[in-house]
Design a protein around this ligand. Structure first.
Ligand SMILES: NC(=O)c1ccc[n+]([C@@H]2O[C@H](COP(=O)([O-])OP(=O)(O)OC[C@H]3O[C@@H](n4cnc5c(N)ncnc54)[C@H](OP(=O)(O)O)[C@@H]3O)[C@@H](O)[C@H]2O)c1
Length: 290
């Protein structure tokens, strides 16, 4: 019987990359479904050649039908404190439907981190374990894709709030490759916590690299971390999560975030190939900057 996999956040940055990474397998021996909470999301998945299934974290009744017959789930939540209740609802529904393996998209931090959204991700990890699932925990650091998306709007300028601190980076395709390996072969990756960050670089160094790769001047404009919260709130981010994010960034700016510049060989070890660096990523997407 074909294995069935559900990817949540399938229209998002990482879940979308997981769908692409697993698409080849879907041709044989695997049924792959992307969670869609609206017609728009379902249409976007279909346009990418994927099969959507109705699934809304805010409508718990949608969850069990989406999880029926599913063996393994990619659990991704959004930038809101609702990540807690969303994850709990998914885990309860998955348990009821007999799902065996959970691959959770968390965030890189020390195990005793005091910063809220990192701690919440770790509580979701502990809950997943306590509920008796087989599990693989992904802990990525700064997403290359998120900063690149900002650069597409403003190709001559990087703005961030961590000052000159060195931070470590990972691209969605590498997160997805590791996630896909765990979803394809749960037994081979059960009980593993995978830190995901492949190179370390400050924003100033990144601006220099991007200037070189793009052939045009890219300037880094650091802003104090205290400026971040009002900006996030103005952008409409849910306030509890925004406060946590701003605190984490302020801690990084202050040099009080262990592992914020740590790099790991997880991608090579799990996938057997070299990871995507900032230089690779920007070079492959130069045309997107117009
Ligand atoms: N950015 C970073 O540097 C960074 C670093 C470390 C960890 N992380 C973690 O990465 C995660 C976010 O991943 P991402 O950037 O891939 O997210 P994203 O691009 O914002 O995508 C969010 C996904 O969740 C879906 N979604 C939102 N609300 C939903 C609901 N009520 N029901 C069902 N689906 C819903 C969205 O669907 P629609 O298309 O319908 O909106 C979308 O597919 C967070 O947990 C964050 O802590 C981020």
């Amino acid at each position: 019987m074909a294995r069935r996999i559900l990817v949540t956040g399938a229209t998002g940055t990482v879940g979308g990359a997981v769908m692409r990474a697993l698409a080849a397998d879907a041709a044989g021996g695997m049924e792959l479904f992307g969670a869609a909470r609206s017609d728009r999301s379902a249409d976007a998945l279909r346009a990418g050649g994927f099969s959507p299934v109705a699934f809304d974290y805010d409508r718990p009744k949608t969850m069990r039908p989406a999880l029926e017959g599913v063996d393994a789930v990619f659990l991704a939540t959004g930038y809101t404190v609702d990540m807690l209740v969303h994850s709990k609802r998914l885990l309860d529904a998955a348990k009821a439907e007999g799902v065996r393996h959970i691959v959770h998209l968390g965030a890189l931090a020390a195990d005793d981190t005091p910063y809220a959204h990192f701690a919440w991700h770790q509580m979701i990890e502990r809950t997943t374990e306590a509920m008796g699932f087989s599990w693989t925990h992904l802990r990525p650091n700064f997403f290359i894709d998120t900063v690149w998306a900002g650069l597409r709007h403003r190709p001559d300028r990087l703005t961030h709030f961590v000052g000159d601190r060195t931070v470590s980076w990972i691209a969605s395709d590498d997160m997805a490759a590791v996630a896909a390996a765990a979803l394809r072969d749960p037994a081979g990756h059960a009980g593993k916590t995978y830190p995901l960050a492949v190179e370390a670089m400050s924003f100033g160094e990144l601006a220099t690299l991007l200037s070189e790769v793009t052939g045009r001047a890219v300037e880094y404009r650091p802003r104090p971390a205290v400026d971040l919260l009002p900006i996030l709130l103005k952008q409409g981010m849910e306030p509890t999560y925004a406060t946590s994010l701003a605190e984490g960034v302020a801690a990084t700016e202050a040099g009080d975030m262990p592992l914020s510049d740590a790099v790991f060989d997880t991608v090579e070890k799990v996938t057997g190939r070299k990871p995507v660096t900032w230089r690779d990523y920007a070079t492959a997407r130069l045309a997107e900057l117009g």
